[in-house]
Design a protein. Structure first.
Ligand SMILES: *Cc1c(COP(=O)(O)O)cnc(C)c1O
Length: 378
């Protein structure tokens, strides 16, 4: 990958980078397999009725993912907007009419309850939909009575983030579902980055979650601007009621025919993939990094688990001893300044994290060499 950059990025003078960090939107999310690109190319060759296409793709994805209903959206963040709107109006056309003519302020149910420890940078999607975030608990703990007490006539939904990194201080999903449903309140599960394991595509809905959101452009390796909503048929239908191509509040988050067909191809591929073999490959690269880079003076390396959003995948964690004279920020900056640039995650002043899950074949040795070079004492 070193040397002159060709193709569209070369013509633009934009430098492609190696992503040893995570499925991050700011880095372009993920890379689509050829089958996904081919599905998008085929979809681009004809006009279709977009309602008909959405119905056909969604019912196929629902079937594949063992869900009762599905809807393709333009990303998990867009899914949060549509899910919030759906929980505020249900399938009530009078509420939809008021929403479009008078704005969200006229709707009686707008509160979305969220655990303090599950606040994320994606929360503004709820605010965009006109939801009001009501926080419960603290970073250490949340009591069941706090959720019960927060639920009232203005409650539209409870938002829940599964995954190990969001579990600290939060009630278990089972209890949230039981308490919310006893009060007639739907639960939205934001599982945007909770793949693998592939079973998560149906697990949360099977537990009883009303709406579950996934990114199409992370581990699924679908189009970057795609996402998936699955869940209860009436709630998914309520999401569809707000979504493009209807001329309603979801219209700015439209999904193209190319994204719909691309996401379907991505889901098919993802479910057919040998996940155990893929995980073994990531373990192998991680172990090699730990061994090679841990042998450098001033560096202590180990396998870190789970991955950045709590996915059951390893990363290599490099702890930098103060004697090294380098901070994690120095290492990160050196890797980004080199050719090709390499993006890595850091944790605090002294730890660098390397993720093998997004590498193209052969990139792991480039990462090994370049990180070793960056870790040499200044
Ligand atoms: C990535 C992510 C999102 C946003 O997903 P997009 O598909 O990029 O819109 C939302 N919520 C969580 C928890 C995420 O990790």
């Amino acid at each position: 990958m070193t040397g002159e950059v060709t193709g569209v990025y070369g013509r633009l003078g934009v430098r492609p980078l190696i992503n040893a960090n995570a499925w991050l939107t700011r880095l372009g999310g993920s890379l689509m397999p050829p089958e996904v690109i081919e599905a998008m190319r085929e979809a681009s060759a004809a006009f279709v009725d977009m309602h008909e296409l959405q119905r056909a793709v969604s019912s196929r994805i629902a079937q594949l993912t063992r869900n009762e209903a599905a809807l393709v959206c333009s990303g998990a963040s867009a899914g949060l907007v549509l899910a919030t709107l759906a929980c505020m109006t249900g399938r009530d056309l009078r509420a939809l009419g008021r929403l479009i003519q008078l704005g969200v302020g006229t709707l009686p149910k707008r509160d979305v309850i969220v655990h303090c420890g599950q606040r994320t940078p994606y929360d503004p999607a709820i605010v965009l939909a006109g939801g009001r975030l009501v926080q419960i608990g603290n970073v250490i703990q949340t009591f069941e009575w706090e959720l019960q007490a927060a639920i009232g006539p203005a409650t539209a939904a409870v938002l829940y983030l599964p995954g190990e990194i969001y579990s600290r201080g939060a009630l278990p999903l089972e209890r949230v579902l039981a308490i919310a449903h006893a009060a007639g309140v739907p639960v939205i599960v934001d599982a945007a980055a909770q793949l693998p394991p592939p079973e998560n595509l149906w697990r949360f809905a099977e537990m009883g979650a009303d709406l579950v959101l996934f990114s199409g452009g992370k581990a699924l390796r679908g189009p970057q601007a795609s996402g998936l909503i699955v869940g209860k048929p009436d709630m998914v239908a309520a999401c569809e009621m707000h979504a493009a191509p209807h001329q309603r509040l979801g219209r700015p988050m439209k999904v193209g025919k190319e994204e719909m067909c691309g996401l379907l191809a991505a889901v098919e591929l993802y479910l057919a993939q040998d996940h155990a073999a893929r995980t073994a490959e990531i373990e192998r690269i991680t172990a090699a990094w730990v061994e090679t880079l841990g042998a450098l003076p001033g560096v202590c390396a180990r396998r870190d688990f789970p991955s950045e959003a709590g996915q059951p995948l390893p990363r290599a964690r490099l702890d930098l001893e103060p004697s090294l004279g380098l901070t994690s920020g120095d290492v990160r900056a050196a890797l980004l300044a080199g050719e090709p640039p390499i993006d890595v995650a850091v944790s605090g002043e002294r730890a660098v994290l390397l993720n093998a899950a997004l590498l193209k074949p052969g990139e792991e040795t480039i990462v090994t060499d370049r990180v070793a070079e960056a870790l040499r004492r200044p």
